[in-house]
Structure formats: structure tokens, C-alpha cells
Ligand binder design. Structure first.
Ligand code: GLU
Length: 298
């Protein structure tokens, strides 16, 4: 049974960009006779804004996007993340790490690898057990071995829109964090544990997250979970050409005029937008049919 989801982080109300991902995931589920779930990704508590979750749920409802089950909040699922991490530790797939960001920059700098602004350096594996582990330093974070305890192979995956993709995870990001130094659960672990727990078969989300997909597939395999099908949607760009985000002034869309907000989102998705004013349910029904034709499933 097709089960899809929308998984916003409640760092503020939905804006034009996040509505595109919400609409696309809803349309894909409806077009293929599936269920559509909502998960509030509030693990990164310092970035969450109180009340944003309720606001998001209201905005979605105004747009006719109503989940088929009560929403799930990640802040209530710590025990499940703990269990997954313990399982990985017990099987030698996760290890503690004592390195700060500065330590990583120094280690990579010695190899001539410098950080470019807005990016993170791959973790060089300093604290891997076979390299002497923590070297007597206190543990800060827990990381996943990206070599699966053996030979690192490029991870290949298929995206319904972007086509065949490949990433050498060990080289591109290195062993990545599962439990952060500040004690918070990392997005990668939470998303993989919850997609499995909610029985998600199809992930439809913004293209800015495509780069996370190989890490999530690797983690799914490490946790012996099925891999969903992926479709990454086009992004809404701000005036400066950057991805639209709260940082570059994305406004909450006007929930008193959901039809206009939905039509803007539909245009980004390449769906035909009728002239004149329309009811939300009429628009959605028209797009469900168009979506099914555009993004068929085998
Ligand atoms: N919570 C993530 C975000 O808002 C999305 C996670 C996902 O769809 O996998 O960027």
C-alpha cells in the first residue's frame, strides 16, 4: 500500500517553497490511491519555533491537505532513535567520536582539503575504532560507519525525476553523525527510523534534500529497513537565485487565499493553472489527474 508523507521542520510557518513539497507529496499519494501522513520534525529544538507546528497544520488544512492519520512529533520518539543507535553500536556500525568541527578542519587541512563556505568537510574517520578510537578524549557524538565495516562502494539510487544518482558517501561526507554533540538526534537517523515506523513507501520532497538520500539509504540498509521510492521536486528560488528559505526572507503564504498559494506551487511543479478564481477542491482534483499522467508508477 502506497504511504507517503510530508515532514516539515517547525522552524516557522510554511512558505511558498515548503508548500510545493507538501502539495507534491499529497498529489503523488492521492494520484496513486495512497495514504498521506504528516510528521513534525522537531528534533532540532533550538531551531524550532513554538506554535509553528499548529500553524503549519492550519495552513495545510486551509489548502485542503489533510493527513490520513494524526500527525507524529519527532520530539516524542527519542526512545525509538535510542533503540536504533544501540542496535548499530551492538553490531559495530556506529562509534563514538571526540572531534570538534575545528578538529575536523585541522585534520583535513593537513591533507590540503579546505572548507568552502556553506559546506561541511567530510569526516576523515579520526575516531574509527581501528584508528585508536577516542585517543583518550571524551566522546561527543556518535557516527555511522559509511564503509559498512568493510569496503566502501558508491551508493547508487534512482530518483523518479532526477534519474540515476550515485554518491561515494565515505569520500563525499564521511562517517556521519547519528547523535549530535549537543545531545540532539541527527536528522538522518530520525528520518530513517520514522519513515520505517510509519511504513513510508514513497518519499516526495524538495530537491535540496536529494543529497541526503544516499546517507538515508545506507542507514536503512544498516538498520535492515526497506528503501522507499524517491522523487525530489524543483525548488522555489528567491530573487537572489538561492533556494527560498526563511534566511533569505521567505514569507509565510497567505492562508486566507489558499487557492492563489496552491496555484503558485502548482506552477513550480509544471501543472497547468486555470485562469480566474477557483475552489481549492476543484484545483486539487484537476491536478491529481494531471499528476498521475505526469508521474506514473510501475
Ligand atoms: N524536515 C525536513 C525539512 O523540513 C524534511 C525531511 C524530509 O522530507 O525528509 O527540510
Amino acid at each position: 500500500m502506497y504511504t507517503g508523507r510530508f515532514a516539515p521542520s517547525p522552524t516557522g510557518p510554511l512558505h511558498a517553497g515548503s508548500l510545493v513539497a507538501a502539495l507534491a507529496s499529497w498529489l503523488d499519494a492521492r494520484a496513486h490511491g495512497g495514504r498521506w501522513l504528516l510528521r513534525i520534525e522537531d528534533v532540532d529544538t533550538p531551531r524550532c519555533v513554538p506554535g509553528a507546528d499548529a500553524l503549519i497544520i492550519d495552513q495545510l488544512r486551509a489548502c485542503g491537505l489533510v493527513p490520513d492519520a494524526p500527525p507524529v512529533w519527532q520530539s516524542q520518539r527519542a526512545a525509538h532513535y535510542r533503540q536504533a543507535l544501540d542496535d548499530l553500536i551492538a553490531r559495530g556500525l556506529a562509534y563514538p567520536c571526540a572531534c570538534s568541527r575545528k578538529d575536523i578542519e585541522q585534520a583535513q587541512g593537513m591533507r590540503g582539503v579546505l572548507r568552502t563556505p556553506g559546506t561541511e568537510l567530510p569526516y576523515p574517520g579520526t575516531c574509527r575504532p581501528e584508528r585508536g578510537g577516542l585517543h583518550g578524549r571524551p566522546p561527543r557524538a556518535w557516527r555511522l560507519r559509511t564503509d559498512g565495516g568493510g569496503v566502501a562502494a558508491p551508493l547508487r539510487w534512482h530518483d523518479r525525476r532526477l534519474g540515476e544518482q550515485t554518491q561515494q558517501i565515505e569520500r563525499a561526507v564521511g562517517d556521519f553523525v547519528l547523535l549530535r554533540a549537543d545531545g540532539l538526534w541527527a536528522y538522518q537517523l530520525a528520518v530513517v527510523v520514522d519513515d520505517a515506523a510509519q511504513g513510508i513507501t514513497h518519499v516526495v520532497r524538495g530537491e535540496d534534500l536529494a543529497d541526503n538520500t544516499p546517507r538515508q539509504i545506507l542507514l536503512q540498509r544498516a538498520l535492515r529497513q526497506p528503501t522507499p521510492t524517491y522523487l525530489h521536486t524543483p525548488l522555489v528560488l528567491a530573487a537572489d537565485g538561492q533556494k527560498l528559505s526563511k534566511q533569505n526572507g521567505a514569507q509565510a503564504f497567505d492562508a486566507s487565499d489558499p487557492a492563489t498559494a496552491l496555484m503558485q506551487a502548482a506552477m513550480v511543479l509544471g501543472l497547468a493553472v486555470p485562469d480566474g478564481s477557483h475552489r481549492v477542491d476543484e484545483l486539487l482534483n484537476r491536478w491529481i489527474a494531471a499528476w498521475r499522467a505526469r508521474w506514473p508508477l510501475p
